[in-house]
Ligand binder design. Structure first.
Ligand code: FES
Length: 108
Protein backbone atom coordinates (compact mmCIF):
# COMPACT_ATOMS: atom_id res chain seq x y z
CA UNK A 1 0.00 0.00 0.00
CA UNK A 2 1.30 3.49 -0.78
CA UNK A 3 1.65 6.00 2.03
CA UNK A 4 -1.37 7.95 0.75
CA UNK A 5 -3.98 6.42 -1.49
CA UNK A 6 -4.43 9.66 -3.44
CA UNK A 7 -2.98 13.12 -3.73
CA UNK A 8 -4.77 16.13 -5.09
CA UNK A 9 -2.59 19.03 -6.19
CA UNK A 10 -4.13 22.48 -6.53
CA UNK A 11 -2.42 25.07 -8.68
CA UNK A 12 -2.24 28.23 -6.56
CA UNK A 13 -0.02 30.11 -8.98
CA UNK A 14 -0.37 33.82 -9.47
CA UNK A 15 1.22 35.33 -12.56
CA UNK A 16 2.73 38.75 -12.15
CA UNK A 17 2.66 39.34 -15.87
CA UNK A 18 -1.06 39.98 -15.75
CA UNK A 19 -1.88 36.79 -17.66
CA UNK A 20 -4.72 34.77 -16.20
CA UNK A 21 -3.77 32.36 -13.46
CA UNK A 22 -5.48 29.99 -11.08
CA UNK A 23 -4.93 32.33 -8.13
CA UNK A 24 -7.17 34.87 -9.85
CA UNK A 25 -9.92 32.28 -10.23
CA UNK A 26 -10.55 31.22 -6.66
CA UNK A 27 -7.85 28.55 -6.34
CA UNK A 28 -6.96 29.37 -2.73
CA UNK A 29 -10.61 29.11 -1.64
CA UNK A 30 -10.95 25.78 -3.47
CA UNK A 31 -7.80 24.45 -1.86
CA UNK A 32 -8.88 25.58 1.62
CA UNK A 33 -12.33 24.05 1.23
CA UNK A 34 -10.92 20.76 -0.06
CA UNK A 35 -8.44 20.55 2.79
CA UNK A 36 -11.10 21.06 5.45
CA UNK A 37 -13.61 18.70 3.82
CA UNK A 38 -11.02 15.94 3.52
CA UNK A 39 -10.12 16.48 7.17
CA UNK A 40 -13.78 16.58 8.28
CA UNK A 41 -14.50 13.30 6.49
CA UNK A 42 -11.56 11.63 8.23
CA UNK A 43 -9.70 11.07 4.96
CA UNK A 44 -6.56 13.02 5.88
CA UNK A 45 -4.81 10.01 7.38
CA UNK A 46 -1.97 7.80 6.23
CA UNK A 47 -3.50 5.53 3.62
CA UNK A 48 -6.03 8.24 2.80
CA UNK A 49 -5.85 11.51 0.92
CA UNK A 50 -3.29 14.30 0.88
CA UNK A 51 -4.28 17.77 -0.34
CA UNK A 52 -1.26 19.67 -1.66
CA UNK A 53 -0.44 23.11 -2.99
CA UNK A 54 1.27 23.35 -6.36
CA UNK A 55 2.72 26.00 -8.58
CA UNK A 56 1.71 26.38 -12.20
CA UNK A 57 0.64 23.03 -13.64
CA UNK A 58 0.89 24.33 -17.22
CA UNK A 59 -2.84 24.15 -17.89
CA UNK A 60 -3.67 27.76 -17.05
CA UNK A 61 -6.34 28.19 -19.72
CA UNK A 62 -8.58 25.81 -17.78
CA UNK A 63 -7.99 27.41 -14.42
CA UNK A 64 -8.50 26.94 -11.66
CA UNK A 65 -7.15 23.42 -12.05
CA UNK A 66 -6.31 20.50 -9.78
CA UNK A 67 -4.97 17.04 -10.56
CA UNK A 68 -5.50 13.77 -8.72
CA UNK A 69 -2.72 11.17 -8.61
CA UNK A 70 -2.04 8.33 -9.08
CA UNK A 71 -5.14 8.44 -11.28
CA UNK A 72 -3.82 11.39 -13.37
CA UNK A 73 -7.28 12.94 -13.60
CA UNK A 74 -7.37 16.71 -14.18
CA UNK A 75 -10.20 18.85 -12.90
CA UNK A 76 -11.46 22.36 -13.15
CA UNK A 77 -13.95 23.71 -10.63
CA UNK A 78 -16.06 26.74 -9.92
CA UNK A 79 -17.28 26.58 -6.36
CA UNK A 80 -17.36 24.58 -3.15
CA UNK A 81 -20.04 22.22 -4.42
CA UNK A 82 -17.67 21.17 -7.22
CA UNK A 83 -14.94 20.54 -4.67
CA UNK A 84 -17.37 18.56 -2.50
CA UNK A 85 -18.22 16.35 -5.46
CA UNK A 86 -14.54 15.71 -6.24
CA UNK A 87 -13.87 14.82 -2.61
CA UNK A 88 -16.94 12.68 -2.07
CA UNK A 89 -16.85 10.79 -5.35
CA UNK A 90 -13.24 10.67 -6.45
CA UNK A 91 -10.99 11.18 -3.45
CA UNK A 92 -13.13 9.04 -1.18
CA UNK A 93 -14.53 6.46 -3.59
CA UNK A 94 -12.33 6.51 -6.72
CA UNK A 95 -15.18 7.58 -8.98
CA UNK A 96 -14.17 10.19 -11.60
CA UNK A 97 -16.42 13.28 -11.73
CA UNK A 98 -16.72 13.42 -15.50
CA UNK A 99 -18.54 16.76 -15.66
CA UNK A 100 -15.52 18.51 -14.09
CA UNK A 101 -12.75 16.75 -16.02
CA UNK A 102 -10.51 19.14 -17.90
CA UNK A 103 -10.53 18.64 -21.63
CA UNK A 104 -7.30 17.13 -23.02
CA UNK A 105 -6.74 20.09 -25.33
CA UNK A 106 -6.52 22.67 -22.54
CA UNK A 107 -2.99 23.91 -22.00
CA UNK A 108 -1.43 27.27 -21.32
S1 FES B 1 -1.57 29.22 -13.34
FE1 FES B 1 -2.62 27.39 -12.76
S2 FES B 1 -2.03 25.94 -14.27
FE2 FES B 1 -0.86 27.71 -14.72
Amino acid sequence: MSYFQRHIFFCLNERESGKSSCAQSGAQAGFDHCKSRVRDLGLAEVGGVRVNKAGCLHRCAGGPVAVVYPDAVWYTYVDNSDIDEIVDKHLKNGQVVERLVLSDDVGL
